[in-house]
Design a protein around this ligand. Structure first.
Ligand SMILES: [Zn+2]
Length: 225
C-alpha cells in the first residue's frame, strides 16, 4: 500500500477580454481549493506591501511601461513557494504570451509541478463586443450594470449609491475590437503551444455564469486527485 498523496493541481484559465475569466477563476479556486492567481493583484499587493520587487515594478509603471516578465516571474516564484499555493493555483489570464508560458513552466518545474490543464473560455467576437459595449459603470462606487443584461432601475443612475453611470473608454465597441485584435495576436501562438502539448480544453463561454462554470468544472473533474 502506498500512502495517499494529494498532489498540487495547476490550472491556466484563458479567454478573450469580456469572457468572464476573473469571476470564473475565483469560483474554480473556491470549488477546487486552489489559490486564485492574478498577476494584476500580485503586482498591486507587492506594491502595497512595499517589497523590493514591488518598488522595482512601480518604477516601470509610473513611467507607463510594462513590468518586465522576469520581474513578474520573481513575484510568482515567491507566491508559489508560499503555503497558500501548495495545493495548486488557478492562473487567471496568465500567461499571455509564449515567453510568459516558458517562464511559468520554469517556476513550476522548480517545485516539481507542471500545468495540469489549460481551459480556454471561447466567446464569439460579436458577443464580446455587445457584452462590453452595453456595460455602464458607476463613477462613484464602481458597480457595473449592463443595458440589457443587468439594467439599473433608473436610466443612468447607480442602484447601489445613486452615482452617475457612464461607459468606460475600454468598453467602447471600437476599443474592444482593437483589444480583441491585440489579444488574438499574442494569444494565438500560446493556444497553439498548449494544444500541441495536449492540455488545452476549449469551453463554450456562451450562457450564464453558472452554466459556464458547470462546463469548466466538468472539464476539471479529471484533474483533482
Ligand atoms: Zn454606485
Amino acid at each position: 500500500m502506498t500512502a495517499m498523496v494529494t498532489r498540487a493541481c495547476d490550472i491556466v484559465l484563458l479567454g478573450p477580454p469580456g469572457a468572464g475569466k476573473g469571476t470564473q477563476a475565483k469560483r474554480l479556486a473556491a470549488a477546487f481549493e486552489l489559490l486564485h492567481v492574478s498577476t494584476g493583484d500580485l503586482l498591486r499587493d507587492e506594491i502595497a506591501r512595499r517589497t523590493e520587487l514591488g518598488s522595482e515594478a512601480k518604477a516601470f509603471m509610473v513611467k507607463g511601461e510594462l513590468v518586465p516578465d522576469e520581474l513578474v516571474g520573481k513575484m510568482l516564484m515567491g507566491l508559489l513557494h508560499s503555503q497558500a499555493a501548495s495545493g495548486g493555483c488557478v492562473y487567471d489570464g496568465y500567461p499571455r504570451t509564449t515567453a510568459q508560458a516558458a517562464l511559468l513552466d520554469g517556476v513550476l518545474a522548480e517545485l516539481a509541478r507542471r500545468i495540469d490543464a489549460v481551459l480556454f473560455i471561447g466567446v464569439p467576437d460579436e458577443v464580446i463586443i455587445s457584452r462590453m459595449d452595453g456595460r455602464r459603470s458607476c463613477s462613484e462606487c464602481g458597480a457595473v450594470f449592463h443595458l440589457t443584461g443587468n439594467p439599473p432601475r433608473q436610466d443612468g443612475v447607480c442602484d447601489a449609491c445613486g452615482g452617475a453611470l457612464g461607459q468606460r473608454e475600454d468598453d467602447r465597441a471600437e476599443v474592444v475590437v482593437e483589444r480583441l485584435r491585440v489579444y488574438r495576436h499574442y494569444t494565438q501562438p500560446l493556444l497553439d503551444l498548449y494544444r500541441h502539448r495536449g492540455n488545452l480544453t476549449e469551453v463554450d463561454g456562451l450562457g450564464g455564469v453558472d452554466e459556464v462554470f458547470g462546463r469548466l468544472r466538468a472539464a476539471l473533474e479529471s484533474c483533482r486527485r
